[in-house]
Design a protein around this ligand. Structure first.
Ligand code: LMR
Length: 341
């Protein structure tokens, strides 16, 4: 009997030790100390966009590495919070991650106008170089009084003009039209400089606003235009690349700092993974979206010649002087350096 009890003890303890051993990653950490929690990530765009793909990669990484102890719920299409209320809900920790278009934060800090500076960046790499640099990081971290921390920039891409009135290929063509913008002083100035009016409208209301003629047009990336089918309700599109949609992933500081070490290491690595995917996917998703818009043939497309682009650049140039004091000569300098100017 004694012999039987001893072998049973040896058997169960070696099974127990084997189980512990198999769970332990080589680093010495484990999912053992990870807190069980549900993290919410809310955004306003569709699923076939760089932002949603980044969020999915983040979810997959965090859930796998935490052995399912951390659940990440993603709410696309303004299904949890929209442009009007996502920031307050992040401050209140009702949502732990949002990734808004940076131009929607210009009311908190005018330096978030950088993506709206006309023709500043030619491509994602230049914009990434700015936001990963010292000035960009400083701006992303400027909301800490509200308990909000900007972690990493996620690009979407250059914006293009759509409208319902006429094919646009010169600055004069915008005269008297009204455009929807994402918001902000610089975008407002872009349109007034071109003789047009503008109005900021939440993304979730944009399709209806275009359909009902509340505004004549709007500016957006190919992936946003295609995934929300704005081409269905816009007769003309001009490929402009004059301003950008760039996001950053923002979190609630108390949530971020309140996680224990094991939990935070996984969530932080998840943000890195999401950043990698969002940055990798942006260009190809926009290219695919442009092809789809062309295929659908709902909107007449104008591609500007280099001379026509120059004309827009020249017309919009005074905006730089107008906003230098508000945005900062140092920010301009850092952005120009990132853009290789
Ligand atoms: C828009 O409001 O047009 C975009 O900024 C939406 C987004 O998040 O890409």
């Amino acid at each position: 009997m004694k012999k039987f009890a001893l072998s049973l003890f040896l058997l169960t303890s070696s099974a127990f030790l084997a189980a512990c051993g198999s769970d332990e990653p080589a680093s010495g950490g484990s999912a053992d100390g990870v807190e069980e929690m549900t993290i919410k990530f809310s955004h306003v765009v569709a699923e076939n966009t760089p932002k949603h793909q980044g969020a999915l990669a983040m979810k997959e990484y965090i859930e796998k590495e935490s052995d399912g102890k951390i659940e990440v719920e993603i709410y696309p299409n303004s299904s949890l919070f929209g442009d009007q209320d996502e920031y307050q809900n992040l401050v209140a920790n009702n949502v732990q991650f949002i990734a808004p278009d940076l131009s929607k934060f210009v009311g908190n800090n005018p330096q978030f106008n950088v993506p709206s500076l006309p023709f500043m960046f030619d491509n994602d790499d230049e914009a990434i170089a700015f936001w990963d640099g010292e000035k960009g990081t400083e701006i992303l971290e400027s909301l800490q009084d509200d308990g909000v921390l900007g972690l990493k920039m996620w690009p979407n891409g250059g914006k293009h003009l759509t409208n319902n009135k006429l094919p646009i290929d010169s600055p004069d063509d915008l005269d008297g039209l009204k455009f929807r913008t994402q918001g902000g002083q610089v975008l407002e100035a872009v349109y007034s400089t071109l003789g047009a009016g503008s109005e900021s409208i939440p993304f979730s209301e944009l399709y209806t606003a275009l359909d009902q003629g509340v505004v004549d047009g709007q500016e957006n990336t190919f992936s946003n235009i295609e995934s929300k089918k704005f081409d269905e309700v816009q007769k003309y599109m001009t490929v402009m690349n004059h301003t950008r949609v760039d996001y950053a992933i923002f979190t609630n500081t108390k949530f971020w700092e309140g996680m224990n070490e094991e939990t935070k290491a996984i969530v932080e690595a998840g943000v890195e993974e999401g950043t990698k995917v969002a940055r990798e996917e942006a260009i190809s998703l926009n290219e695919k979206a442009y092809d789809l818009i062309k295929e659908r043939g709902e909107t007449e497309i104008t591609e500007l010649t280099p001379e026509q682009v120059e004309e827009f650049k020249k017309t919009l140039e005074p905006i730089y002087d107008e906003f230098e004091e508000e945005i900062g000569a140092d920010v301009y300098e850092a952005a120009r350096a990132a853009a290789g100017q």
